[in-house]
Ligand binder design. Structure first.
Ligand SMILES: C[C@@]1(CC(=O)O)c2cc3[nH]c(cc4nc(cc5[nH]c(cc(n2)[C@H]1CCC(=O)O)[C@@](C)(CC(=O)O)[C@@H]5CCC(=O)O)C(CC(=O)O)=C4CCC(=O)O)c(CCC(=O)O)c3CC(=O)O
Ligand SMILES: NC(=O)C1=CN([C@@H]2O[C@H](COP(=O)(O)OP(=O)(O)OC[C@H]3O[C@@H](n4cnc5c(N)ncnc54)[C@H](O)[C@@H]3O)[C@@H](O)[C@H]2O)C=CC1
Length: 210
């Protein structure tokens, strides 16, 4: 498997199953895509989500009816509590080239990772289904450990711009930016005040501070 960052604007994501897992997947996709959830029952947690619901018994659907539902979908999530039903929908997806994520049953073509995200970065973590608790654990650790990452990225952007004017040698620009990244005092300053961190970086690592 390889990671891809997908732009799902305007795409349709179909979710089969309206339980806790269906809710989690719907919440994951709702800001990016048009989400429709098909299920015979819906957890109350769906009430706050901006998705379309379709109440029906899926096992009774004929193959051609299911195929019609899949038409136009970019990605299908199967999250019913019936793995055989999930797999049946999944094999129709595969025959038609629709991406498939399976919450229970055989492994689909797509895994939903844990996401560590800020304004300027996005990390996706997976164990390929071996231990879903581990990506969650890592997400919580990384969120704590790198709470100032957005600030550091902004600082690096600003310093890069300054260095391009001030330092003609690429290797020295690169070494300076790396030193800033490795400076614990600068990380600590970012936690309280961006400008203080910027001044500290200029003072310590730029030849001609402002
Ligand atoms: C294959 C995959 C398919 C898919 O769903 O895409 C899948 C499958 C299954 N998960 C199960 C259980 C749990 N899943 C979680 C949590 C998450 N699961 C997620 C993804 C994935 N889960 C995909 C693989 C991802 C990978 O490995 O990297 C995350 C990352 C994203 C998300 O779904 O939102 C999200 C963390 C988000 C976050 O917090 O950051 C926890 C932890 C908890 O909630 O405390 C538990 C309980 C502990 C445990 O079992 O480990 C079960 C067993 C059910 C049972 O026992 O009956 C199955 C089915 C099976 O294994 O057969
Ligand atoms: N991928 C993941 O992260 C996880 C996966 N799981 C597995 O995912 C599956 C779903 O878990 P939950 O959402 O907790 O289960 P759940 O029982 O709360 O929800 C299942 C949903 O599927 C619907 N459904 C089932 N059969 C249907 C049918 N024939 N027609 C229409 N609707 C149908 C139910 O009405 C219900 O809304 C389970 O098999 C569970 O073991 C569980 C935990 C985490």
């Amino acid at each position: 498997m390889i990671p891809l960052m997908l732009d799902l604007a305007g795409r349709t994501v179909l979710i089969f199953g309206g339980g806790d897992v269906g809710v989690r997947k719907a919440a994951f996709f709702q800001h990016e895509a048009k989400v429709t959830v098909i299920s015979r029952s819906f957890s109350p947690a769906f009430d706050g989500l901006t998705i379309r619901r379709c109440r029906m018994e899926i096992a009774d659907l004929r193959e051609d009816e299911l195929v019609r539902m899949l038409t136009g979908a970019f990605l299908v999530v199967t999250a019913t509590s019936d793995p055989a039903l999930n797999d049946r929908i999944g094999s129709l997806c595969r025959e038609r080239g629709v991406l498939w994520n399976n919450a229970a049953g055989e492994q689909g073509d797509v895994l939903v990772p844990s996401i560590v995200a800020g304004k300027h970065y996005l990390l996706a973590v997976t164990t390929f289904g071996m231990s879903p608790a581990v990506p969650r654990y890592l997400r919580l650790r990384l969120e704590r450990e790198y709470a100032e990452l957005d600030g550091m990225i902004a600082l690096q952007r600003d310093l890069r711009a300054m260095l391009k004017d001030a330092e003609p040698v690429q290797d020295r620009r690169s070494a300076t930016l790396w030193s800033v990244l490795c400076d614990e005092d600068i990380w600590a300053a970012l936690a309280s005040d961006y400008n203080r961190a910027l001044h500290l970086a200029e003072e310590r690592y730029l030849a001609c501070p402002r």
